[in-house]
Write a protein that binds this ligand. Structure first.
Ligand code: BYC
Length: 360
């Protein structure tokens, strides 16, 4: 049996085209076989390894959508930074929103290892050619929404993303390890915030319940369409990019949330939610997939606001990118004496999209 190192060498072809194309059919076959064997053996595919074009395209699509979700996801929560009810809550929220910017950076970097630059991806986001998560097209109407996002949205994110730590593509899997650790903290801060409100005055309890009522169903939609309508799941699971189907993860999330809602003293807004002894899982009510499709088409309550704000932040960050590029050029000149600065990163200058007046 070939050693892991030998298999790695067999997959890695210096001079192989960026698109994974190789010169001859025999070579193609050998690389394809090595790729399939690596995936079957649960080994990681690394950036210099040969990979099918469609595998690369699927990863870029998913990682880009994920990265866009992280930076667009900063907006609804940042809306409450200036109005956080205490210094402690403000510091926590600022740290969380900064974490989301960091997640965007790890993920855009992971996409770069596949040969797709950040500028190209941001351009596709801004022009509507790439998606971001449906969840961030809903407004944050009250302070309790910060808690509901932490508990439910970050909770759904963790459920979805922990299996991605075992994704077959190395850079994505490794980025997910750190992201999941930070998401766990985010989920706990949301839970703790909601618990404080739930145990507070009747008005605070009502505010927490109202937030959960509004965020519950959109959180279930985060996992994507039902399995029989999921265009990409079967292939992504065969390639071990995804490890579980959308419905499996959605069910897991429901089962996790039910006891947590009880501890919080809050009710999940689903009259059909009940334990099914036979299945050993909770049954839950029908999801409004028409609403999901409308949000994906751009007709959610905040789609337009989110993308307008993102474009504005990008434009306002142009001078930072230009200054970083000028600085890098200056220090990379021969004899400049200082180590070359890293190439300017688009998102580092403008990831937030959160400047300006409070939005929904
Ligand atoms: N929203 O065949 P399917 C976060 C699209 S960040 C929008 O099942 P796939 C957080 C899908 O892209 C949360 N679009 O697709 C951040 C596809 O369209 P295209 C983001 C969705 O890829 C800040 C079509 O529907 N997390 O948690 O196999 C603060 C068919 O779907 C959605 C990730 O991105 C949706 N909800 O599975 C707090 C995790 N669902 O591309 C929290 C990584 C589906 O053909 N991504 N679509 O035009 C994934 O795990 C998978 O991409 C998905 C979808 C489960 C989302």
């Amino acid at each position: 049996m070939a050693t892991a190192a030998a298999q790695q060498t067999a997959r890695t072809q210096p001079g192989t085209g960026r698109d994974g194309t190789v010169g001859t059919t025999d070579a193609d076959d050998a690389f394809a076989r090595a790729f399939d064997a690596a995936v079957a053996a649960d080994e990681r595919i690394e950036p210099r390894d040969w990979m099918p074009d469609a595998y690369r395209a699927t990863l870029v699509r998913q990682i880009a959508q994920h990265a866009h979700s992280e930076i667009i996801g900063m907006q609804p929560e940042a809306n409450w930074i200036t109005r956080a009810p205490s210094l402690r809550r403000k510091a926590i929220l600022m740290a969380k929103v900064q974490d989301e910017a960091g997640h965007g950076l790890y993920l855009y970097s992971a996409a770069e290892t596949l040969g797709t630059g950040r500028d190209e991806l941001l351009d596709k986001l801004h022009s509507g050619r790439q998606k971001y998560s449906s969840i961030f097209n809903y407004p944050t109407l009250t302070w309790a929404d910060v808690g509901a996002i932490g508990w439910l949205v970050d909770g759904a994110a963790i459920t979805n993303q922990v299996p991605l730590c075992r994704c077959s593509y190395g850079p994505y899997a490794r980025a997910m390890v750190r992201i999941c650790k930070e998401e766990s903290f985010h989920q706990r801060q949301g839970y703790e915030l909601l618990l404080a409100l739930s145990k507070g005055t009747p008005e605070q309890h009502a505010m927490a319940q109202d937030a959960v009522d509004r965020w519950w169903w959109p959180s279930l939609m985060m996992f994507g369409p039902p399995d029989d309508e999921s265009a990409h799941s079967a292939q992504s699971m065969a390639w071990k990019i995804k490890r579980h189907s959308n419905d499996e993860l959605r069910q897991r999330f429901v089962d996790i949330c039910v006891p947590q809602a009880e501890s919080l003293g809050l009710t999940l807004p689903d009259p059909d939610l009940r334990w099914n002894e036979e299945r050993g899982q909770h049954d839950f009510g029908a999801i409004d997939w028409t609403e999901f499709r409308e949000v994906l088409k751009g007709n959610g309550p905040c789609n337009e606001q989110r993308i307008t704000q993102r474009r504005r932040a990008h434009d306002e960050g142009a001078w930072v990118r230009e200054a970083a590029a000028a600085h890098a050029a200056k220090h990379s000149r021969p004899g400049a004496g200082a180590p070359a600065a890293p190439a300017p990163t688009t998102a580092s200058a403008d990831t937030t999209g959160t400047t300006g007046a409070p939005q929904a």
